[in-house]
Design a protein around this ligand. Structure first.
Ligand SMILES: NC(=O)c1ccc[n+]([C@@H]2O[C@H](COP(=O)([O-])OP(=O)(O)OC[C@H]3O[C@@H](n4cnc5c(N)ncnc54)[C@H](OP(=O)(O)O)[C@@H]3O)[C@@H](O)[C@H]2O)c1
Length: 235
């Protein structure tokens, strides 16, 4: 059975990706940070699909730690085929408001850690597919979540660089979600209100994203692509 590595795999979008892959028969190496009970629940749910699932706790803001994860996972799993980089923070500070801590944490977690995970995946696995979870904001100039936007634009460019450099052995693609889930702790009508600004007048759901993942897995001639799953909001 092939193995997928999913960062941020305990909750929300990362969880949906991990469980979808488990249902498809992938063993799952699930990276999480602070989701203690939630990670245990997701791991149990993945195992209920009859696959092997193991959790790896760690703080991806810590780049020395990030660099070691792929090596650790390869001691437990032998046929790794897929890396999904989903873990990220989402901090609302415009450029002027950006605190040093936000800048460092955001670039470390959202850009530098995926960079190191991808590099180690290339060095140690060298096959299959990498999918980076981006954001439709990469196509816009919206300063409201400034460090976040910089990190995701950087990750999109890295996706393209790696796709060119590694295409013969690894395809590297991005998924840029739009309005899928409300921010954690957001008001109950957040999605309905925000959907009015989306060209489709709707919000998306987790299945829209797992379908995008399926497409990138199945279509072996797609490399360096960013698939916008956002109802056209990026336009
Ligand atoms: N929600 C949306 O509609 C939307 C829209 C556009 C793009 N996205 C992108 O989709 C991805 C998932 O979004 P989401 O809304 O599901 O995310 P989320 O609910 O904000 O969860 C963040 C994830 O990142 C992990 N994480 C946070 N800090 C970490 C750290 N220091 N070290 C390791 N992991 C850490 C969390 O793990 P723990 O819970 O274990 O701490 C959690 O799994 C992100 O890349 C986000 O930018 C989401």
């Amino acid at each position: 059975m092939p193995t997928a590595i999913v960062t941020g795999g305990a909750i929300r979008i990362g969880r949906a990706m991990a469980l979808h892959l488990a249902r498809k028969g992938f063993n799952i190496a699930l990276l999480y940070h602070s989701s203690g009970t939630a990670s245990e629940e997701t791991i149990e749910e993945a195992r209920a699909q009859g696959v092997h699932c193991q959790g790896y706790a760690g703080d991806l803001r810590n780049l020395e730690e990030a660099e070691l994860f792929i090596g650790k996972i390869l001691k437990d799993f032998d046929d790794v085929e897929l890396l999904v980089n989903s873990a990220a923070n989402f901090i609302q500070e415009n450029v002027e408001q950006t605190q040093l801590e936000t800048l460092v944490d955001t670039l470390n977690l959202n850009l530098m850690a995926p960079y190191l995970l991808m590099r180690e995946y290339k060095r140690k696995v060298n096959k299959g597919l990498i999918v980076n979870i981006l954001d439709e904001r990469v196509a816009k100039t919206l300063p409201t979540f400034a460090a976040y936007s910089v990190s995701k634009v950087g990750l999109k460019h890295l996706t393209e660089l790696a796709a060119v450099e590694w295409g013969k052995s690894i395809r590297v693609n991005g998924i840029a979600p739009g309005l899928i889930l409300p921010p954690q702790g957001g008001p109950p009508d957040y999605l309905e209100k925000a959907a009015k600004k989306v060209p489709t007048g709707t919000h998306g759901n987790l299945e829209n994203l797992t379908k995008a993942l399926d497409y990138l897995m199945e279509n072996t001639f797609v490399n360096g692509e960013t698939l916008f799953v956002d109802g056209g909001e990026f336009l």
